[in-house]
Write a new protein. Structure first.
Length: 118
């Protein structure tokens, strides 16, 4: 299980910066810095992929708003949208993987329990 971040409703929350989380997980300052570094290093690519997905979704919405959208054109664009979504998710999951490696097993367990209790 790759539970590393806060619950889905708090995805924008940098959980490792919370004093309460740091205390609960007993994060060291080195761990906090490394998790922040991992987050920041992945940020440009995650933003680029999000922008690409937004652009493709907008194109799809425009295509579907046409009176008679072409099915083949729609299918091709849907494939591009879903491929972009998968790439974005894969990059985010890899970031979470790298963050997870910074934590001890005990910290990972505590974080998972914390996420499930919300």
């Amino acid at each position: 299980m790759l539970v590393v971040a806060a619950p889905a409703d708090a995805q924008g929350f940098k959980w490792w910066r919370s004093e309460q989380v740091q205390q609960d997980l007993q994060l060291t300052s080195d761990q906090v810095r490394e998790i922040e570094r991992i987050y920041e290093v992945s940020l440009p690519e995650r933003r680029r992929l999000r922008d690409e997905l937004d652009r493709l979704e907008q194109q799809l919405e425009q295509l579907l708003d046409r009176p008679q959208p072409d099915e083949h054109e729609a299918a091709a664009l849907i494939d591009r949208v879903e491929t972009a979504r998968a790439r974005r998710n894969a990059v985010r999951t890899m970031m979470l993987f790298h963050m997870r490696r910074v934590l001890t097993q005990q910290q990972r367990t505590a974080l998972a329990q914390r996420s499930l209790s919300r």
